[in-house]
Ligand binder design. Structure first.
Ligand SMILES: Nc1nc2c(c(=O)[nH]1)N[C@H]1C(S)=C(S)[C@@H](COP(=O)(O)O)O[C@H]1N2
Ligand SMILES: [Mo]
Length: 161
């Protein structure tokens, strides 16, 4: 994904894109509320960026891919079911409210998955790893719910069946 991703994730980065190359792709605008698993919701955010579906078109996953791991700087990660990543509202955001992301909020790239809790959307996104089986990400390994649906309040791993 970003420049330098190969150094952090040397095992496989078959498709690398610079930030400029990503920015040249067609963009989409997504309006959404944000739900944090700790209980706060903030409303009316407008993100602009590259639809996850555009990434999948550029790098089509093999048929056996079922999940992705979204990797960020500093080793943060979040696992997603492929269907959550392919949601038409999932976006690799470069802009918020018409302005480039601030560093605090994930510059240069933040994954936004509007229908899941915030921890499923890594700020400072660096790579999307295609997986043929599920594997828990950073918070999912530390007691947070593997799916993270805010509508059914899937916050904690003990709620999983
Ligand atoms: N890299 C990274 N991304 C992250 C997090 C994090 O700690 N590191 N926290 C997540 C959580 S729990 C939430 S609610 C949102 C918060 O985003 P904000 O700080 O831009 O409001 O970022 C998400 N993405
Ligand atoms: Mo959060």
């Amino acid at each position: 994904m970003g420049d330098g991703a190969g150094e952090i994730f040397p095992w496989r980065c078959a498709h690398r894109r610079s930030f400029d190359e990503l920015s040249a792709l067609p963009g989409v605008t997504v309006e959404t509320d944000l739900h944090c698993a700790s209980g706060t919701t903030s409303t009316d955010h407008e993100f602009f960026g590259i639809a996850a579906g555009t990434i999948l078109d550029l790098a089509p996953p093999a048929p056996e891919v079922t999940h992705v791991m979204a990797w960020a700087e500093y080793g943060y990660s979040a696992n997603l079911r492929l269907a959550d990543f392919t949601s038409e509202r999932t976006v690799l955001a470069t802009h918020h409210g018409g302005e480039p992301l601030t560093v605090e909020h994930g510059f240069p790239l933040c994954l936004v998955v509007p229908h899941l809790y915030g921890y499923k959307g890594p700020k400072w996104l660096r790579a999307i790893e295609y997986m043929t089986a599920d594997r828990r990400g950073f918070w999912e390994e530390r007691g947070y719910h593997n799916i993270a649906d805010p509508w059914t309040e899937q916050r904690h791993s003990y709620q999983e069946e």
